[in-house]
Every structure is written in C-alpha cells, then in structure tokens.
Design a protein around this ligand. Structure first.
Ligand SMILES: Cc1cc2nc3c(=O)[nH]c(=O)nc-3n(C[C@H](O)[C@H](O)[C@H](O)COP(=O)(O)OP(=O)(O)OC[C@H]3O[C@@H](n4cnc5c(N)ncnc54)[C@H](O)[C@@H]3O)c2cc1C
Length: 448
C-alpha cells in the first residue's frame, strides 16, 4: 500500500465508523479491505450512542441513507455490517467476539471532549481484553489525538472507486461534482448571504461534511481540479466572477478544516445557564421567531423549518440573541446546536464565542442592527414576508419595521432595538477598555 499506516496485527479487523460515515476516502476502511489481509467487518455506532446530541430530522435522514448505502455495498461483498444505536450494547469487545475480529481500526475523529471520552473508554475496554486498537489519521483536519496532530498524508480513494458511474444518485460525491459544474454560473461570493439566492449559490453540503459522509479533502481536491479545467477552457478569466467562484468556494472548505483544527476541543455539552422566568420567555420567543423584529424572527423560523440558514443570518440571530436580547451565550449556542442540520461543535461554539466577544477579543463582539441587516439583505421584504405570513396585512415599506404601521400584526417588539444596540456597544466599550488597558499593562511587562 502506498499510504503510511501503523503496523496492523494479523487476523480479521473491525472497522469502526464514527464521524466518518463513508467507505470512500476512508483510510481505516482502505487498510482493512486490503485483499492481502485476513478479512474485516464494519461497525457503525450512531452519534447518540456515543454521547453526542440528538440529530435533527434531516441530519438523521442523510445518515440513514448513508448507512443504507454502506450496508448495500458491504452486503454485495459479503462483509458483515452492524449499526448500533443508543439502546444497543455498544461494547467493542463483545462486537469483536461476535464478528470474529482480532483488532479494531478507526479514523481519528477525536477532538471534541465527548469523542475523547468515548475513545478513552474504548481504549480501556479493548486493552483489558488484549485487543489492539488502531487510530489512523487520513483526514485533512488536523485533530489532536493518537493518530497524530497532523495527517502525514490525507487519504483519498482511487479514481475507480469514486468513478461517477459507480456512485448512486444522491451520493454526496455526486452532489459535490454537480455543484462544481454549476458553480461558475453562480455568483457564489455575492449571493451566499442573500436570502432567496443563498440556497442556489452555495453548495448546501455542510450536513454531509458534518456527518462525515463527504470528506473535506475530497471537496478541496475536486474543486482544484474543476478550477483548473475551467480556466484551461476559459483563458484570461481568472479574475472574473465566474472564475473566482472556485477560489472562494475552496477557501470556505479550508475555513471548515481550519475551524475544526483550531477549535476541535470545544465541548459538546457545556454547562448550561440557569434562567429567570423572563429570560426563559425571551429565549423561547427568540427560538421560535416571535420577538416582534422581522429579520431575526424570519431567520429563526427558516432555521426551525429547514435546519439551515446562510452564514450572515446565523451571525445575525446569534448576535441578536446574545447582544440585544442579552440571552446567555451558552443557551443561544445550545439552541442552535439542536436546530442546525450541520451542527459541528468546532464551528458553532467558536462562532458563538466570536459573537459574544469572548474569542478574538481584539476584534470585539458582533453587534448587529437587526433592522439595518433586514433592509440591506432583504430590500424587497420577500424573505420576511415569506417566513412571517402575518406581515401580509402591512404595506410594502413597513415589512422590516411593522410597528411603524398603525396596525402591527406581529407581537410588540420585545426590546427597543435602537436602545439595546446602543447599550450593547456601551457594554463592549467598557469591556474593551478593561481589555486594552490590561493588554497594555501586560505588554509593558513583556508578558504575552
Ligand atoms: C453562529 C454560526 C454557527 C455556525 N455553525 C456551523 C455548524 O455547526 N456547521 C457548519 O458546517 N457551519 C456552521 N457555520 C458556518 C456556515 O454558516 C455554514 O458552514 C454554511 O452556511 C453552510 O452552508 P453551505 O454548505 O451551503 O456552505 P458553502 O458556502 O457551500 O461552503 C462549503 C463548506 O465550507 C464550510 N464553510 C462555509 N462557511 C464556513 C464558515 N464560515 N466557517 C467554517 N466553515 C465554513 C462548510 O463545511 C460548508 O459546507 C456557522 C456560522 C455561524 C455564524
């Protein structure tokens, strides 16, 4: 084999699928299925059985489809495949005995505290039964763990395995390729923020990345390839909107791996805040899109109904919840974690911390004006009117501030947003002062 891996004991191997719910671009699977070895079985332990939060309906559907696809592929090769849920016995030792396996191999996916706790538990259990447990790191994501902090060589399947005509329809690699075909016809960078155009300009692949049904490395490689082909066919158009779409898309994929590399130790289950009855009511109004301010309300209703919203809207609802409604950041993050189909602790929690101003303090928190964001992103009011049908009785021009119309069909705004915006800035001003003066003192003393 031409990719590096640790020495593997003799005998049948158990491949453990965790956050890498795929057989393509899966180093652990590739090693185990080497025909010179003595056979293997595959075991999938579902996220809830590994202490991860409950998945959304769409996320489950994507993962169920992947399990069915993998099951079908393995059945054809007569390879045993088991899926274990939260009600099943998830002992790896007993799984090895059941399936006649002598060792366990899996891909590194252990950045998060919850994943680490499971890894340590598995290691102990297998060690006590004298069963070797190997972790390999074939991902572009540099997770810290026994597989090493850096992937020696990110792994991709050979061309034959991922040949287009061998992949079933709706396979995530096909979805990626379909997107790369249409990418130059889209104004990716400009439209990714715009409600109504966002879902066609972006890839909508985040749930696949989060579920591990698609590897970031595959996306990066195929984007580079498509980009080269496009430029060869369209010389001199490197700076055009069409030509630069590939570059911008690639940089987003890199952002994902950057976040996961840097922040993969974020907790899945942070300690929750205790709320006053008034805060509980506010949180529930924010979450269901009933605070009386149309743009963030529409964004929360879209997220609740579909499990997805664009980056700018995610930023807006987070900033609105934390800065203007003054909800505890941990409760805002926990609600988003339950609602996002593509929930990734290593992205959601640092984004919440960025909005809260506790991460990268030198940049300050994101304090956004919800009405200005509304008029900028949705000048025609089509978006707010779609998600808040109550606005039908309000004339155009009042969609983002229906309280200015004499008969407001929405609940009265929970806050005076202008005052809340000013107060949030003033609160940050005080923190910033403390932060910069502390920074100056530390610098004077030559401390980091
Ligand atoms: C508060 C907040 C929470 C977020 N939580 C998540 C999360 O839990 N999971 C998640 O995948 N993204 C999260 N994002 C980032 C971003 O909003 C989504 O990745 C993006 O909207 C997904 O849509 P897409 O697949 O069509 O993206 P595309 O534009 O097609 O981008 C391709 C891929 O690049 C990655 N990506 C894109 N933008 C970002 C970004 N800003 N940071 C890191 N990776 C990015 C995603 O994996 C995405 O699928 C969050 C953003 C904010 C502001």
């Amino acid at each position: 084999m031409n990719f590096p891996h640790p020495p593997i004991p003799r005998g049948k191997i158990l491949v453990l699928l965790a956050e890498d719910l795929r057989l393509e671009d899966n180093l652990a699977y590739a090693i185990a299925s080497d025909p010179t070895r003595e056979g293997f079985a595959v075991l999938r332990i579902q996220p809830e059985a590994r202490g991860r939060p409950a998945r959304t309906r769409n996320r489950r559907a994507i993962e169920d489809a992947a399990e069915a696809r993998i099951g079908e592929q393995l059945r054809r090769r007569e390879i045993p495949f088991e899926v274990l849920g939260p009600d099943d016995d998830t002992s790896l030792v007993r799984a090895c005995r059941r399936l006649g396996c002598m060792s366990v191999i899996r891909n590194a996916a252990d950045g998060m505290a919850a994943e680490n706790a499971y890894r340590v538990g598995w290691e102990r259990e297998l060690h006590s039964a004298n069963i070797p447990f190997l972790t390999v790191n074939g991902e572009m994501i540099r997770r810290v763990g026994p597989g090493g902090a850096k992937p020696e060589q990110p792994f991709l399947s050979d061309h034959q395995t991922v040949a287009q005509d061998r992949l079933p329809a709706e396979h995530p690699i096909r979805l990626l390729r379909d997107f790369l075909q249409v990418l130059p016809d889209r104004n990716y960078l400009a439209d990714m923020w715009i409600p109504g155009r966002d879902r066609v300009s972006t890839s909508q692949l985040s749930t696949h990345f989060a579920a591990g049904t698609l590897s970031s490395h595959r996306a990066e490689r195929e984007t580079t390839k498509a980009e080269k082909l496009w430029h060869a066919a369209n010389p001199g158009r490197r700076r055009s909107t069409e030509g630069s779409s590939f570059r911008h898309f690639r940089s987003r994929i890199a952002m994902r791996t950057g976040f996961l590399t840097t922040f993969s130790r974020y907790q899945d289950k942070p300690s929750r805040a205790s709320l006053t009855p008034a805060q509980t009511e506010r949180l529930s109004a924010w979450r269901s899109g009933n605070t009386g301010i149309p743009m963030p309300d529409a964004a929360m209703r879209e997220l609740g109904a579909t499990g997805w919203s664009n980056f700018r809207l995610r930023q807006l609802v987070t900033s609105y919840g934390i800065q203007l409604l003054q909800l505890p950041a941990v409760e805002v993050g926990a609600a988003l974690a339950e609602m996002f189909d593509d929930y990734e602790p290593g992205i959601t929690w640092p984004q919440v911390a960025l909005n809260d101003g506790t991460l990268m303090q030198e940049r300050g928190p994101r304090i956004l004006n919800p009405v200005k964001q509304g008029t900028n992103l949705d000048p025609s009011e089509a978006y707010v009117r779609h998600w808040l049908p109550e606005l039908a009785t309000v004339p155009v021009g009042f969609g983002h501030e229906p309280w200015l119309w004499f008969d407001n069909p929405l609940p009265a705004p929970l806050i005076d947003y202008k005052a809340a915006f000013r107060e949030a800035r003033a609160r940050w001003g005080k923190k910033e002062e403390a932060f910069t003066s502390r920074d100056a003192v530390l610098r004077t003393h030559g401390l980091p």
